[in-house]
Structures are given as structure tokens and as C-alpha cells.
Design a protein around this ligand. Structure first.
Ligand SMILES: [Zn+2]
Length: 470
């Protein structure tokens, strides 16, 4: 290796950094970049649950929504850049509540690779303007991505970084720390809270004592904690003070025969358990009331449970050749039993989610780009909304679950999550009408984050063939 003078090293390093694919800035992706913008003749679905409004005009100024009015009465400022959006719909930017910046590597042991390049762009291109991560295997990377995005060095959603995994003994991937007890859990929370973590994630083998210690440490700092639990049932977790439970009843082990305290039975409820699980039964209804009483939110992640969803061109385009081959091979070999279990999980979970919402529970939604790799960042958020509608929610309700509800949980609902005067202009423009055809939610033509309009085509073109190992 040739030695370099320190000055030359610094120069080379900083010029490489300036040209890094990680820091291209956002300009190449912006198509609307005016201080004042008018979205004219557009249908509005506000994210707060109101009936859609036809032919409205929104004025955005300085990154905020300045006014919303019927087009016939709207006053469009002279300086506004005007966009005629006839036959289009505007919804709030999605608030993805179970996002990850990693994706399964497809290797022989479960290893997840950080997709620091493609995932922030995929989320934004799909209309996710706010992403709460649901755990990370590279906390430093996620925290750096958040800073780079906030600095405008790269495109991506507004990130809320959840650090985890707070996992007990028995982790299925060697990428997670296995806690040695409550003190270890407390130290984990203290270290990561001081390093920038905004919330925490507990995982499948954590013990009640460890969870309690982690909750105490997180709450003492005003931070929330969510969990994908297995060793601990939902009612136990609610009693300990957990803030949020991921995935819903299809991972709740408390109704399984022979459940032992602090022990995760296998991977949680299987086909036989879910077959006999009755959401209308008294014990399940009592669990639901208990979660509502304790203000425990549920995150819907239906897309990750769906094995072999319809294969989309944009999905194929986003994956690297290796990742695509891995994915398609796995998909071809899916046993019939897995497909049946996938359908049963989605059906049961939707029964639970409808009952939970009916009882007054806060249901939010997220992507969870793990599982067999079908739920890709952003695309999975959209698919989740489609599945919510297939399961009986109205499009307006499903959009609220994917927008305002998440913002409420994060305590940012005065700032974002719905379309209202004064709020940040975090908006998704859709070619079509998702109130009539929910699949239109995928036809994103423009994404506004703080009033800056990003072109999803450019974002997607920039990551073609870049997701997964390559
Ligand atoms: Zn997850």
C-alpha cells in the first residue's frame, strides 16, 4: 500500500464523500421545488376519516398547507406553481410504523442486510414520508441515515429510529444480542437512549423481568417501547406497561395450550392454534378490552404475512439479480401448507384488527420488509392498506390507519398525518381514486415532504437492481 500524506488522505476522503451515492442531495429527485404550490382540482382524502372531497385546491407555502378550499372558491396566489390534478387524489404522506432498513439476505442462516441505499428511496417513492423503524440490526447505520436525510444529503422519509432488539436467549439470528438479565436490558436502553434511539423494540424471547427493566428505563426518558413478543402474552405485556404490540393476535401466545411463563413456544401460534382461535370468544374479547384500557397500540403488518402475493414489475426491477433469484426460488418451492397458513393468518388477524378498532383501540400500520422478502420497503406499506380494505375496512378507514393513527402514536399528529391547514405538506398524489379502487394507492405520481415534490419514477429508477445482495 502506498503511503499518502494526511492532507491528501483527507482531500480524497472528503471528495469521495461529496460524490458518494449515499449523499447525492435531493435535487436530482425533486420535480416541484417552489416556495408556493397550488394543487388544483384534486380529490382529497384527509387521513382523519372524513368522506373524500371532490375538486379541491390546496395551496402549499413554505413547506406547509396554507389553505384547502373547493376549487370554485379557492384563491391561488400569483406566485404559485400550479399543478392541475384532475382525476388525481391527494392523501397524507404515509406514517409507516413497522419499517426496517434491512432485508433478508437469502443465505443459509437468517442474516439481514442493511439497505441503506435503496430502502429510504423505496419508502419515499411509495409515499411513506414518516417512517418509524420497528427495530434495527445496525443501530449506528439507522441513526446515520436519519441524520443524512434530515440534512438533505439523501432522499428518504422522516425517520424515527427504534433500537432493538431486546432479545432473550434463543434468538433465531446471530445478529441480535441475547440479554443476560434485567440489568443488561436496562444498560441496553440507557446506552442507546444516550446515543439517539427514539424508541425500543422487545423481541420474542425476552423475559418479563427484562421487559419490565427495559420499560422502566425507557419510560424514565420519555421513550416508548414496542414488541414483537412470544415469550410474553399480550395481557402480561399490557400489565407491564408496554406501549405498542407488533403484528397483532397472530403472534400472541397467551391462548396457546400449555404456554409456560417466559417461554416462547416454537415460533408462536401455528395453523392448529389459529384454526381454533375465536376472536369473538370471551377471553379474546377481554384481552382486547385490556389493551384498549392500557392504551396499547397495535401495528398491523399484514403484508409480511402474505406469501407469494401477485408479482409486480416494480418489485422485480428493484431487486438485484441475486436477490431476485433467491426470492423466486423460495417462492416456487413454497409448500401448500405455508400458503394455507399465510391465508389463515391474514384472515384471523383482520378479524382481530376489526374487533380491536371497534373496541376503541389505536391501530396503525407498517411494512416489515422481512419474512420471505415479498413485502419490500414502501410497496409493503401500500399492500397493507389494500389488505386492510379486503378485510372489511373502508378505504378511508384504512388510509387513516396508515397515516393519522401512526402520527397520533408518535405524538406528531399536530404536525403531520392528515391534510389540514397549518400542517406540514407531507402529501401523496395518486393517479386515480383509492376511495373507489384501493389498488390505485400504488399509482403514486408525486410525493411531497415538507412541501418539496419528489418524483417517484426518478427515485425508483435510481435504485433499479440495487436491493438485496449484489
Ligand atoms: Zn419487523
Amino acid at each position: 500500500m502506498r503511503l499518502q500524506t494526511p492532507a491528501l488522505t483527507i482531500l480524497l476522503f472528503s471528495s469521495a464523500f461529496a460524490q458518494s451515492p449515499l449523499t447525492p442531495g435531493v435535487r436530482p429527485f425533486l420535480v416541484v421545488d417552489s416556495p408556493v404550490v397550488a394543487l388544483e382540482h384534486v380529490r382529497v382524502i384527509d387521513g382523519a376519516g372524513a368522506a373524500p372531497l371532490e375538486d379541491e385546491t390546496l395551496v402549499l407555502r413554505g413547506g406547509r398547507i396554507e389553505s384547502i378550499a373547493p376549487s370554485s372558491q379557492a384563491r391561488v396566489p400569483d406566485e404559485a406553481k400550479r399543478l392541475d390534478l384532475k382525476n388525481h387524489t391527494v392523501i397524507p404522506g404515509l406514517v409507516g410504523m413497522h419499517e426496517h432498513m434491512f432485508y433478508p439476505s437469502g443465505g443459509r442462516i437468517p442474516i439481514y442486510t442493511e439497505e441503506a441505499f435503496s430502502f429510504p428511496r423505496l419508502y419515499l417513492a411509495s409515499g411513506v414520508t414518516t417512517a418509524r423503524t420497528g427495530g434495527t440490526l445496525e443501530p449506528y447505520t439507522d441513526l446515520s441515515l436519519k441524520k443524512l436525510i434530515e440534512a438533505g444529503a439523501m432522499p428518504g422519509p422522516k425517520m424515527y429510529v427504534t433500537v432493538g432488539y431486546l432479545e432473550g436467549k434463543g434468538s433465531f439470528t446471530p445478529q441480535m444480542l441475547e440479554l443476560t438479565g434485567p440489568d443488561d436490558a436496562r444498560r441496553f436502553v440507557e446506552y442507546w437512549a444516550s446515543t439517539g434511539a427514539q424508541s425500543f423494540k422487545a423481541y420474542m424471547h425476552i423475559t418479563r423481568a427484562e421487559l419490565e427493566a427495559a420499560l422502566t428505563a425507557a419510560h424514565a426518558r420519555g421513550l416508548k417501547l414496542t414488541g414483537h413478543l412470544c415469550s410474553i402474552g399480550f395481557r402480561e405485556a399490557a400489565a407491564l406497561g408496554i406501549d405498542n404490540l407488533e403484528h397483532g393476535i397472530v403472534v400472541d401466545t397467551e391462548f396457546m395450550d400449555g404456554k409456560k411463563p417466559d417461554v416462547c413456544p416454537g415460533f408462536g401460534p401455528g395453523a392448529a392454534d389459529l384454526e381454533k382461535l375465536d376472536v369473538q370468544s370471551a377471553p379474546v374479547q377481554e384481552m382486547i378490552r385490556d389493551l384498549v384500557r392500557h392504551r396499547v397500540a397495535i401495528t398491523s403488518t399484514l403484508a409480511v404475512f402474505e406469501d407469494a402475493p401477485p408479482l409486480e414489475r416494480r418489485f422485480v426491477d428493484a431487486l438485484s439479480p441475486d436477490a431476485l433469484r433467491n426470492y423466486l426460488t423460495g417462492r416456487d418451492m413454497l409448500p401448500e401448507a405455508d400458503l394455507k397458513l399465510s391465508a389463515l393468518r391474514i384472515r384471523r388477524e383482520l378479524e382481530f384488527e376489526r374487533a380491536f378498532v371497534k373496541a376503541g383501540g389505536l391501530l396503525q400500520a407498517g411494512c416489515d420488509p422481512t419474512g420471505d422478502g415479498s413485502a419490500l420497503a414502501g410497496f409493503g406499506d401500500q399492500r397493507n392498506i389494500e389488505l386492510l380494505v379486503q378485510g372489511g375496512f373502508t378505504p378511508v378507514e384504512a388510509i387513516r390507519i396508515a397515516t393519522l393513527n401512526g402520527a397520533r402514536f408518535l405524538g406528531i399528529d399536530r404536525e403531520t398525518g392528515s391534510i389540514a391547514t397549518g400542517k406540514a405538506a407531507d402529501l401523496v398524489v395518486i393517479d386515480g381514486n383509492p376511495a373507489a379502487r384501493i389498488a390505485d394507492i400504488k399509482k403514486v405520481t408525486l410525493v411531497f415532504k415538507d412541501g418539496a415534490g419528489y418524483d417517484p419514477e426518478r427515485l425508483l429508477a435510481s435504485i433499479r437492481g440495487q436491493t438485496g445482495p449484489h
